[in-house]
Design a binder for this molecule. Sequence first.
Ligand code: TZP
Ligand code: MG
Length: 217
Amino acid sequence: MRLDLPKIYPITDTQLSRLTHAEQVARLIEGGASLIQLRDKISPPREFYRQAAAALQVAHHHGARLIINDRVDIALALKADGVHLGQTDFPVEAARHLLGKEAIIGFSTHNAEQARLAMALPVDYLAFGPIFPTRSKDNPDPITGLIALKKTVTIKASLPLVAIGGIKLENVLEVLKAGADAVAVISELLADPAKIAENMSKILALALSLPNTVGIT
Ligand code: TZP
Ligand code: MG
């Protein structure tokens, strides 16, 4: 069944926010987030596991879903809602085998050809980007821009597509109008930790103001 993605898909970043994953999750949920990805490129696995366990408790207590970036083992051990994998990460077929058919598996793509090839994989959504310049990822792929996004939207057919990279209040509507089903956001939500809930709720309200998004959160 096609995954129904919320319009705004926040991703945590402990370096940027200076908050634990659980604290970020709590504030994002307060702002209306219902699907959140935990991303941690610096903590040792033991620490990421510990923090992910706490974040998952918060998320599930509020009926929100949590996706773990990269670490299939952590997702499996904690019964998280799914994993997000990149082009050179753990193979998505093997992740599906380990996590089962109910798990949400997201897969990063950076050009139309990668998105086309991903159609044959056992994944539930595609990420596509970076759409705009971003400082939240080391060695990002080349910027795709909106034209490549529009082209990819026409070929991806059956899978929901999440646009990522440099998405902010000021450009979220053009990204959604270009055909993205959802947008993933880091810095616009987390750069000011005191305003995480407020910024989440602002960008969600804006995304939901588009006519075809009514009723989908
Ligand atoms: N993958 C492509 S761009 C990106 C990731 C993880 C970072 C997006 O962060 P921001 O701050 O919303 O540009
Ligand atoms: Mg990865």
